[in-house]
Each structure stands twice: as C-alpha cells, then as structure tokens.
Design a binder for this molecule. Structure first.
Ligand code: WT7
Length: 601
C-alpha cells in the first residue's frame, strides 16, 4: 500500500475559501481546541448505564433506558414509504416510540430465543429499509447475537459469500428476496424468518428440510413484550459489516459493544444532535453509516430518527425534509450531486428551513456540490471521514468551527489521525502520504471475521491503523483527501473490490480474462470499468457488453456491475499473474503507460 509519489503536486492546493462560523453558536461542541486538549473517553463512559451496572448491551442504552424514562413516548422512528405494494397498497407512514421499540424488539428477541437462537450467533438481516429491519436488528441485539446486515440489492453470489463466511444460522428476509439465497450451499443456515405474506412450505420454496421457516407477523403476534437483554461485556461483538478490499473476497468487519461510546460522542459533537432534533441519516443499514449513525449514535442519544423507504427519488427527498421538519441531515456527496443534477426548481417548491446542520460522508465532497447544497438550504455540508473499519467518525468539520471548503477536517477529540510515510514517520505539511489513525479508539474494529491475517495487515505499521487512503495535512492542521493507495473503487459512495467484480465477470461464458478499475465520473465519483478479453469464438459487440454487465448485476449487485466495458486482446498482468490496474487506468485515460518492466512477456 504505497502512497503514490507526488509527481504532480497540483492537488496540494492551499484552498483559501473558508466557511466561517458566527462567534456565538448553540453547538454542542463549543471549543474544539480546548475539547481536543482535555478529552478523555473515560468521561463519555459515564453517559451509559453500564458504567454503573457493569451490564452491557447496546439495546438497553439505545431503547430500554429511554423507554423507562422521560423519552418513553418520544418518537424514536418515523417511517415513510409511499410506494404501493401488494402488502401495503397505500404505502406506509408510521411512527414508533422508544416504548414501542422496546416492546417490538422484545417480541422479536423472544421469537429468536424460542428457537434456541442465542448469544453470539450471527443473524443475517436481508430486508428492504422498513421498520421490520430496525426491529430485527434491535431484537438481535437484545439476545446478544450479532446482526449481519445485508444490503437489499445484493444478489446470489454476494449473499453466498457473506453468509458462508459469517456462518449465520438465521436469516430474516422477505418472500421477494428469497430466491437470492442459495440455501443448499449454506449448511449453517437453519432458520428463515419470513417478513411478509407467505404460506409456503420447505418443498414449495425448494428449501432443504433442515431449514425451519418462521413467519414474522404470526410469531410476533403471540410473543411477549418482555425480554431482558442478554448481558454482555464491552468487548463482546456488536455487528458485522462486509466491505471490500483491493484483493480477495469481501471482509467481515466485526465491531465491539464498546463502539457505542464513540457513536454517542461523535453524534453529539460532529452531528451536533440535540434532544429536540428530527434527524435523517439517508444511509441503509446494509452499510456502516446506516448502523453507526442510522441506529447506534442517534438512539443511544435518544433522538428521533427518520427512515425513508423505497428507491431514491429526488422530489421525495425534499418532501421528507419538509414532512418531518428534519433539522439534522446526514447524507453523501453522490446524493447531493444527484439532487444537484435535477436543478433548483424542485427544492424551491419545498420548505427546507427546518434544517440547521448537514453532514456528508463516503467520498470527497466536491466544492460545487457543497455550494449547491448551501444555496438551496443556506447550510454548507460538513465533511466526516471514516471507514467501515473505524466504526465511527475520525476526521470531521464541526458546527462551531470555521473550515476550508474541500478539506475533510480535523481529528475528532480523543482520536489522532495524521499522514505518515511507509515506515510510519509523520510527514511535514503539504506532503502526500498514508492516512493513518493512532490506535486504539472506541470504534476500532475488533476482528476481520475468520481472517486474523487480514486484520493484522491494517496494523502493520506499529501504533497506527493504515486506512488505505492517501492524504496530506495543511499548515492549519486540516486533513485533505487525495485518493486510495490501493485499487478499491468508490462508486456512488459504495466501496467495491475489483477482485470481486473480476471473479463475477470470468463466470460469464464469453469472458476469458477481466481487469476492473474505477473511472472518474462527475456524478458517481467513479464508475466501474472492465477491460475484458474474450474467449475464442466470441466477437466483441455492444450487445455482448450489455449482456456481460447484466450478468454481474444479476449475480452480485447492481452497483457492482461495470457501467463501461472495453474489449482488449489481453488483460495486462505481471509475471506473477497480478492484474496491472495501473496499466488499465493509463489505457482508459489515454496516457503513457510508464514502467512496464514487470509485465508478463
Ligand atoms: C472509504 C471508506 C464509513 C462511512 C462510509 C464509507 C472514503 C469516506 C470520506 C470523505 C473522502 C471519504 C475513503 C475511505 N471516504 N469518507 N469525507 N472524504 N473520502 O465507508 O465504505 O468503508 O469506505 O470511503 O476512501 O477509505 P467505507
């Protein structure tokens, strides 16, 4: 993971455009520099009941303690999905208080418990964004099991990878998603919890006799509202999120219960959440933002959260802000750019003045998108930088602090992020290097599930977590994102490993070899581009390109399908057989290839 040398130093731009803040602000974090100096995570631990009781379970801190106190009847979850389905012909428009979520998650916990599903078991949750998704995750926490949220768009190969690696014994899903789960290849999978109208049997669904079917709505009806959380320790598992690296299959990133300390404090100071807020995190819990900041952060703070179901729809996003009077909004550059692409007329039709703070994550927030959002809302989005592996914000811009447009921000109090060379030596300002985080911090991943060697790779420079990003720090202490040091692709904010796409591509009968890169794109940050050499007997054509791309879409996931395919004679490889993506990137940009002395033949 070598930082690319700063041949062309033009990205080391001393941007002079600042976002200035008023002297007096009602922000939770008043003085960043003072807080940074005096910070201690030990003090944050006092915010939790487990600090006194020594009994740990995040569901108690998120739900039960609020349900037992003044927030009992406060809305925890507003859910809206106007899409009509056969099950909900009028769409859905619902709200759940903290007490409702206590009862429902207890019921779901009881359903699991009754079937001998227990502490530490992995339970896959493969559901669209619905209240049942949130209730399932809470119920899983209640019994001390570990949820494995799976993004709704995943197809069979992606599901198989994640379920076989996590050895999940239970999956919660809908009849619509069932056909994507290859039960016969997943011997550990013993329970299927069906959310929806179903009456089938193992035979009618083609399931092995070893799988037991449970009907969510039926079971929930008769389950009890009472179930004490299973008590855990701070080091016990919290959640597994699968994410991609530049080599190999997706990795299961396991977090610990202790991460709640980080979720809480960053939600308080970076998202600036307050008691009376209506908060909307647009991320799906299939990705870490959707759990850390769609569930754990806001609910440990007792904040009302909005969840919008259904597909991305420009006008509905503005409608949601207006309908719920959203005050804090956490979203992503890709979403901002998509809204921007649809112009100002639509937002002009909606009242957006309830907003008081906006944050952004996932990829660099380009200044044009920032300015556009500022024009329509009066607020500049604040960057947050972090990763699945960091579990929580590490670098942020803060509501009360001036920042430079384009910079990721400054390390969160209690963490230290910086730029080092390949030996771990800190680099002077404006020098490109590896972005690292000093170990440990509360959200730091606990394990790569079943792969200790992969885990170690992140920590190979002693004392540091190696992010895989390249960055530099300016003289004022702002950290600036430069790129990835590896071949990981960020497309529309989602992380895709080239190896996984290549593996899917070569399953297609026409494909002999495939090499995959990210190609810069205005809307999506990067798109996935595949270079493909064909087997003999196949002729390049646009139809074949479409067919191959569709093949990946159907096998893996829509966001992983190449949007661009180029046929080539041979995919360039090193003598040891590694795909030379550097060469592919040069081909794509039409620039000289550089040193290819390690290339085969
Ligand atoms: C990668 C991590 C955990 C949040 C969702 C993404 C990129 C993230 C920023 C930012 C520039 C960013 C990095 C990072 N990234 N935030 N503010 N500016 N790049 O989590 O899917 O694990 O991806 O997203 O490249 O390594 P993820």
């Amino acid at each position: 993971m070598k930082a690319k040398p700063a041949k062309n130093a033009s990205f080391v731009q001393e941007s002079s455009e600042w976002v200035r803040k008023p002297k007096k602000m009602d922000a939770n974090l008043q003085d960043y520099f003072k807080a940074y100096k005096n910070f201690s995570w030990k003090n944050v631990e006092k915010e939790f009941d487990w600090h006194k009781t020594k009994k740990v379970n995040i569901v108690h801190e998120m739900i039960d303690r609020h349900a037992a106190g003044v927030r009992k009847n406060k809305v925890a979850l507003y859910f809206w999905d106007p899409t009509s389905t056969s099950f909900h012909p009028q769409g859905r428009d619902e709200k759940y208080t903290f007490l409702d979520l206590k009862n429902l998650s207890s019921r779901f916990g009881n359903v699991l418990k009754k079937n001998q599903i227990k502490k530490k078991d992995r339970i896959a949750v493969f559901l669209p964004r619905t209240p049942e998704l949130y209730i399932s995750i809470l119920g899983i926490h209640r019994i001390g099991a570990i949820p494995v949220p799976l993004f709704e768009a995943f197809m069979e190969a992606a599901i198989e990878d994640r379920l076989s690696n996590s050895e999940a014994n239970t999956i919660v899903t809908t009849p619509e998603l069932l056909s994507r789960i290859p039960f016969s290849k997943l011997p550990h999978l013993k329970h299927l919890v069906f959310v929806g109208q179903t009456s089938g049997t193992n035979t009618s669904y083609g399931l092995p006799p070893t799988v037991r079917i449970h009907h969510y709505y039926e079971e929930m009806k008769s389950a009890s509202n009472y179930l004490e959380p299973a008590w855990l320790g701070v080091d016990d598992g919290l959640v597994i999120h699968y994410t991609s690296g530049s080599t190999g299959r997706s990795k299961g990133v396991l977090h610990r219960q202790y991460a709640m300390v980080g979720h809480f404090q960053t939600s308080k100071w970076a998202l600036d959440l307050k008691e009376e807020d209506v908060y909307w995190c647009t991320a799906d819990p299939g990705w870490v933002t959707g759990t850390s900041y769609g569930i754990y952060g806001p609910w440990t703070m007792g904040i009302s959260s909005v969840v919008l179901g259904g597909r991305f729809a420009v006008e509905r996003w503005y409608e949601a802000i207006e309908k719920y009077q959203v005050s804090v909004w956490y979203s992503a550059p890709t979403a901002f750019r998509m809204l921007m692409a649809h112009g100002k007329e639509i937002p002009a039709r909606h009242h957006l003045k309830s907003l008081r703070h906006i944050c952004s994550v996932g990829e660099p927030l380009n200044p044009e998108a920032l300015r556009w959002i500022r024009e329509i809302t009066g607020l500049a989005p604040h960057e947050t930088w972090w990763m699945t592996e960091t579990g929580m914000h590490i670098i942020c811009n803060y509501r009360s602090l001036d920042f430079k447009i384009g910079a990721m921000g400054r390390p969160f109090p209690g963490t230290y992020a910086t730029v080092v060379d390949d030996k771990g030596k800190e680099l002077p300002p404006n020098t490109l290097g590896n972005l690292v985080v000093k170990t440990p911090w509360p959200g730091m991943m606990k394990e790569i599930w079943g792969n200790p060697a992969k885990y170690k790779e992140y920590f190979r420079i002693k004392g540091w977590y190696l992010s895989g990003d390249t960055a530099y720090r300016d003289k004022e202490g702002f950290l600036w994102f430069a790129g990835r040091a590896d071949d990981v692709i960020k497309t529309a904010g989602e992380r895709v490993g080239p190896f996984e796409v290549e593996s899917a591509l070569v399953q297609h009968p026409a494909v002999a070899e495939a090499g995959v890169i990210g190609k810069p794109d205005e809307l999506r940050g990067h798109i996935i581009k595949a270079f493909i050499s064909l087997r003999s007997g196949f002729t390049p054509s646009d139809i074949l390109k479409k067919e191959i791309s569709e093949f990946v879409r159907k096998n893996m996931a829509a966001h992983a399908a190449p949007r661009e395919i180029e046929f080539c004679e041979k995919v360039p490889k090193t003598r040891s057989g590694k795909i030379m993506r550097r060469v592919l990137r040069a081909w794509d940009q039409g620039i000289p290839v550089g040193d290819i002395s390690t290339m085969e033949e």
